[in-house]
Design a protein around this ligand. Sequence first.
Ligand SMILES: [Fe+2]
Ligand SMILES: [Fe+2]
Length: 194
Amino acid sequence: MENTEILLKKIDEKLKEVLSEKRYYHSVGVMKKAEELAKKYGVDESMAKLVGLAHDIAKDMPKEEKLKYVKEHNISIDDIEAKNIELLHAKIGADICKNEYGFNEKMQNAIQYHTVGSVKMDDLAKILFIADKTEEGRKCSNAEQVKIISNESLEEQVIYFIDQSVKYTIEKGGLLHPDSIYTRNYLIEKRNSI
Ligand SMILES: [Fe+2]
Ligand SMILES: [Fe+2]
C-alpha cells in the first residue's frame, strides 16, 4: 500500500467525482470520527482514516452499474442484497479499494461489513461501523443516548447501532439482513458470558 497521505488524497479526489456533495462530506466526517475512535481504542489510525474516507465510494453508483460490477467481478450476492441492491455498495466498495488503492484484507473486510455488520468484525470494522453512524454531520434524533453509549466498549456501541437500525428497518417495513441479527446475537452472547 502506498503512503497514507498520498492515498487519502487520491481517494478524496475520486470521491469528489463519484459522490454527491452531501455524501462526500459524510465520508470526510466518517474519516475524522474513525481516526478519533482509533486513537481512543488503540487501533491503527492510518487504516481507520482510509476506510472511513473510502467506505461509501460505491454508494452513488447507479443500480444497473452496481449489478454490472458484481457480475463482472464475480462478487456473490445473497438473497437480501438481490432484493435491496443498495446494500451492494459495501461489497463493491471493498473490491474497488482492493483493486484501485491496494487496501489489505482487514480494510476490505471493514468496508464490506459496514452496512449490516458481521460476526467476523474486528476492532477496525467495529470502528468504521460506529463512525458511519456517529460522524458530526449525521442528523441524530437521540444525541443524548449516543453520547452516553460512546463511553462504552466498541461491542456495546455496535449492539446499540444494530438495534437502532433494526428498529428503523422494521418501522419502514423493510427487510432485515440476517447478518445484522447474527452479529447482534453473537455480541449479546459474548456480553453475557463475561
Ligand atoms: Fe454505506
Ligand atoms: Fe456511510
